[in-house]
Design a protein around this ligand. Structure first.
Ligand code: PLP
Length: 408
């Protein structure tokens, strides 16, 4: 008889969003006249910027002619996009990243799940708690995390770094030394960011102990404050210890189109069997074997966000989501809630009132205000007694939802 991959069997079901959907459906069925507003979604709602649509149309037309038709894309991405990313997202910010250190992919979820493959099976991972679940689950699938404890919601072989109001949502350096450290700032779900000085401490630590930081910059476009780094390569020494993940989803609305990039500097290397090995070459080997490249038309669409018009349109889109974020943040504060995030990210993280659990507050908000959010405990044990609202809805719905909460 065949055998399944037992590491997959260890994974507990991912019940968060299905439980939310079931509760909302049941409430709507027994209250058909109520208008439910969803501020729990992590997906964007605005259409793609005009520059992106124009680039898509143009690239589609190219596919209609033998002279301009493109088949398989280069494994690591088209030069035009690798150059546009390296130039605009890194060199323009003073980060020394070469075009060939940029690998194009179909998004940060795929890359954040797959990056662990180029590290040893024995590598020990450290994650923030609460956390974007892909980092842990992909390492569980690879057999690195030990056993799951249903009571604590934790894996026996993972280093958890709590991020709560008590430490300003910034993880402290762990007492046990990890091999791989996953950091995501601005953070999902807390919406909080860390300063360049705080990130520099992590870079120095990783270089000192010989660990690698996987830095997820999916929300960098939402940064509004000057002292928050947009890339880990703004920190000195990051080229020898950090891999950065980039996404086109939340800045340019590519959640359905799919595009991302991973940066691996040539300086990230290790001595193995007497030879120097670049992690860049391992990822290139992995990409070449398992991936046939993001579609040409999508890479052209991605290039368009760096055109002068594209830059303006992307800025406008982010500004409109951030207008929602401000309305949520200010409105909740006015209503007496303790609120975090929302300044450098589209996520607002609030402390549940009266020591309610995250799920008790979910039910309260659904029943009393007909507003849906996401219980913080769904992102990890340290998310208990917190709740996430997102700025990705329409302005009208956002205003109505917050006014309903204020009226409670
Ligand atoms: N990383 C974080 C922290 C996210 O919150 C998300 C999506 O919600 C992703 C990565 C996924 O990005 P992509 O759409 O590029 O796969």
């Amino acid at each position: 008889m065949f055998k399944p991959n037992e590491d997959y069997l260890k994974l507990p079901g991912s019940y968060l969003f299905s439980t939310i959907a079931k509760k909302v459906a049941a409430f709507q069925e027994s209250n058909p006249d109520k208008k439910i507003i969803r501020l729990g979604i992590g997906d964007v709602t605005k259409p793609l910027p005009k520059a992106v649509i124009e680039a898509l149309h143009k690239a589609v037309d190219e596919q209609a002619n033998a002279e301009t038709f493109r088949g398989y894309a280069p494994d690591l991405g088209y030069e035009f996009l690798r150059h546009a990313i390296a130039e605009n997202d890194f060199r323009a910010r003073g980060c020394n990243i070469a075009d060939d250190e940029v690998f194009i992919s179909d998004g940060a979820k795929s890359d954040s799940g797959a990056i662990q493959e180029i590290f040893s099976k024995d590598a020990k991972i450290a994650v923030c708690d609460p956390v974007y679940p892909v980092y842990v689950d992909s390492n569980v699938m690879a057999g690195r995390c030990g056993d799951y404890d249903e009571n604590t919601g934790m894996w026996s072989n993972v280093i958890y770094m709590p991020c709560t109001a008590e430490n300003g949502f910034a993880p402290e350096l762990p007492s046990e030394t990890p091999d791989l450290i996953y950091l995501c700032f601005p953070n999902n779900p807390t919406g909080e960011a860390i300063t360049k000085d705080q990130l520099q401490k992590w870079v120095d630590y990783a270089n000192k102990v010989g660990a690698v930081i996987i830095f997820d910059a999916a929300y960098e476009a939402y940064i509004s404050e000057d002292n928050i780094p947009h890339s880990i390569y703004e920190c000195k020494g990051a080229r020898t210890c950090a891999i950065e993940l980039r996404s086109f989803s939340k800045n340019a609305g590519f959640t359905g189109l799919r595009l991302g990039a991973t940066i691996i500097p040539h300086d990230l290397k290790v001595s193995f069997n007497g030879k120097e090995v670049e992690m860049h070459s391992l990822w290139a080997r992995r990409h070449g074997t398992k991936y046939n490249g993001a579609p040409y038309i999508v890479q052209r669409a991605g290039e368009a966000i760096y055109s002068p018009e594209g830059k303006v349109q992307v800025k406008e889109m982010i500004a409109s989501y951030m207008k929602n974020a401000k309305y949520i943040y200010d409105g909740l504060k006015e209503a007496g809630y303790t609120v975090y995030g929302g300044k450098n990210s589209p996520y607002i993280w609030l402390k549940t009132p009266d020591n309610m659990t995250s799920w008790e507050f979910f039910d309260y908000l659904l029943e009393k205000a007909n507003v849906v959010g996401t219980p913080g405990s769904g992102f990890g044990p340290s998310g208990e007694h917190y709740f996430r609202l997102t700025a990705f809805g329409s302005y009208e719905n956002t205003v109505e939802a917050i006014n309903r909460i204020k009226a409670l």
